[in-house]
Design a protein around this ligand. Structure first.
Ligand SMILES: Cc1cc2nc3c(=O)[nH]c(=O)nc-3n(C[C@H](O)[C@H](O)[C@H](O)COP(=O)(O)O)c2cc1C
Length: 200
């Protein structure tokens, strides 16, 4: 069931459980000051070695139009349904703010994994901090974030990875939640020494 989010939520467990991915936004712009405030919360994500493996580009207004056209330059080459491609372009141009989150690709596997995990934690922090303020977001990994023509237009360098495209704005509608599997069904507790020497 769709509903309009009315009041900001508080309490970390409530914010985590009540956040929903938002696809339909009111046209109101998201102030840059608020974006910076949310990012300044998000950067408290755990990150090994305090490498802070992230940088950001935000698109809004005419910038959103540019972003839509950058995505279209890939879609018109790869998407058979041209109506779909045009609709996607128009959608991207209409989203109040799109945040691109970029990380360096460390050639060392362990550091790459740690950095990807840290950036993922940052994105989740951003989504939760936004939700607490009544701002909706969705984390998108549309195919063009991997496409050279899109990356080039955004100035993403070789050796950098776009981890997330996060649309943000004030929610027009909030979708209902979809249930999660009870963690107890996925949890094994080892509270005695395994007889076989292996956790089974
Ligand atoms: C790494 C990642 C990538 C995602 N990419 C997309 C995407 O490309 N398109 C989309 O509609 N949702 C995307 N999502 C959002 C998920 O679909 C969404 O979180 C899921 O449906 C659960 O809904 P909820 O966030 O409202 O709880 C992505 C989420 C994550 C964590």
């Amino acid at each position: 069931m769709n509903q309009i989010q009315s009041t900001p939520v508080s309490g970390i467990a409530a914010v985590i459980k009540e956040r929903r991915s938002i696809k339909q936004f009111k046209p109101d712009p998201l102030p840059v000051g608020l974006l910076e405030e949310l990012l300044n919360v998000a950067v408290w994500a755990p990150n090994h070695g305090l490498r802070e493996p992230w940088r950001f580009i935000a698109f809004q207004g005419e910038g959103a139009k540019f972003l839509g056209e950058a995505a279209f330059s890939f879609m018109k080459r790869t998407v058979a349904d041209s109506d779909f491609a045009v609709k996607r372009k128009e959608y991207l141009s209409s989203v109040p703010l799109t945040l691109i989150v970029i990380m360096p690709e460390d050639p060392r596997q362990r550091e790459w994994d740690e950095d990807y995990a840290a950036v993922s934690a940052l994105v989740q922090n951003f989504q939760l901090a936004a939700w607490e303020q009544g701002v909706g977001t969705i984390w998108k990994t549309d195919p063009y974030i991997y496409a050279p023509e899109f990356r080039n237009k955004l100035g993403v360098q070789p050796g950098e990875k776009i981890v997330a495209m996060v649309h943000a704005g004030y929610p027009e509608t909030v979708p209902g939640s979809r249930p999660r599997t009870e963690a107890s069904k996925l949890l094994k507790i080892v509270d005695s020494y395994p007889e076989s020497g292996v956790v089974e």
